[in-house]
Design a protein. Structure first.
Length: 302
């Protein structure tokens, strides 16, 4: 049998553990962040790192929350802080929050990306009800993002029919992917347009696509014209994609692919009409000869 004082000690220990669990400012199971693990970043451009979080307190306004981004190693190296004097010199003036902390959005934008900005970068949230240091904070060191440096921009993708037809509407689509949602790439065409429709969409977390739809009515002179789509990214890097336009002509429901073939087929049609005319004239002459010379011993037949 255990001594009575040991029973009392165990009971007090259980009470202390219960109070510690209730009063603890941090419940790790309630502190969660959703941060993309890896993201492409174009050097000299910008990158937006999507981030959201939850914390074990009632929702607080943004003024009572402090968001911090830091390197995973060492965690004291700050990439973003509302107090710029605490940020590493290399990142000063290049980072800011796109998201609203009061809406649990911790999305970070990094501008003028450098080829050594690979990270990993981690997010930390503080429940700062006052300007004084607080124990209500949590660093999501298990949910950090690594940037994959791109020195050349992505090449646009073209989607189009193989051939165009004179006088009929022709549509070609140019699209390019990027990772800076706040500064979309600009798509331009090498020719004037009848209709140019642009759209933007998120493909998956942190990856976006901008699209331009070019619609025009081709003419015969457009045959073998090179059409180019140019993507200009934030930071002024560019990439291009081009194709050669092939135009078909429709004349009298007969398809002609060029002036040489057109002349050749017209000659063949003319010869056919001449042959038919000569055949009719010959048959008429043959019938008239039978009427004029019915007893003739010779007869021409066809």
């Amino acid at each position: 049998m255990l001594p009575s004082n040991l029973h009392d000690w165990c009971g007090m220990k259980m009470i202390c553990l219960l109070l510690a669990a209730i009063c603890s400012p941090v419940f790790t199971e309630d502190w969660k962040a959703n941060v993309v693990k890896e993201l492409d970043a174009l050097v000299t451009s910008c990158v937006a790192i999507p981030c959201s979080f939850t914390y074990p307190k009632d929702n607080l306004p943004s003024s009572k929350l402090r968001g911090i981004w830091h390197l995973s190693d060492p965690p004291t190296s700050l990439v973003y802080h509302e107090d710029q004097t605490r940020v590493l010199d290399n990142f000063k003036g290049r980072t800011h929050l796109l998201g609203t902390l009061g809406q649990n959005n911790c999305t970070l934008e990094m501008a003028k990306v450098k080829d050594h900005d690979s990270g990993p970068f981690c997010f930390q949230i503080e429940l700062a009800k006052t300007n004084e240091p607080t124990r209500d904070k949590f660093s999501f060191v298990e949910d950090c993002v690594t940037l994959k440096m791109l020195h050349e921009p992505p090449t646009p993708t073209l989607t189009k029919p193989d051939t165009a037809t004179v006088g009929r509407s022709y549509t070609v689509t140019c699209s390019v992917k990027h990772t800076c949602s706040s500064h979309q790439p600009t798509l331009t065409w090498s020719r004037s347009t009848d209709v140019d429709v642009k759209s933007y969409r998120e493909i998956h977390s942190g990856n976006w696509e901008v699209q331009s739809i070019l619609t025009f009515t081709p003419e015969e002179k457009d045959d073998h014209e090179d059409i180019t789509c140019t993507a200009t990214f934030n930071g002024m890097k560019t990439s291009t994609a081009k194709f050669t336009l092939y135009v078909k002509l429709y004349i009298l429901d007969i398809v002609y692919f060029g002036p040489v073939q057109h002349i050749g087929r017209m000659i063949l049609i003319s010869i056919l009409f001449v042959c038919i005319f000569m055949l009719k004239k010959y048959n008429m002459w043959n019938r008239n000869s039978l009427i004029l010379f019915p007893s003739s011993s010779w007869r021409v037949t066809w």
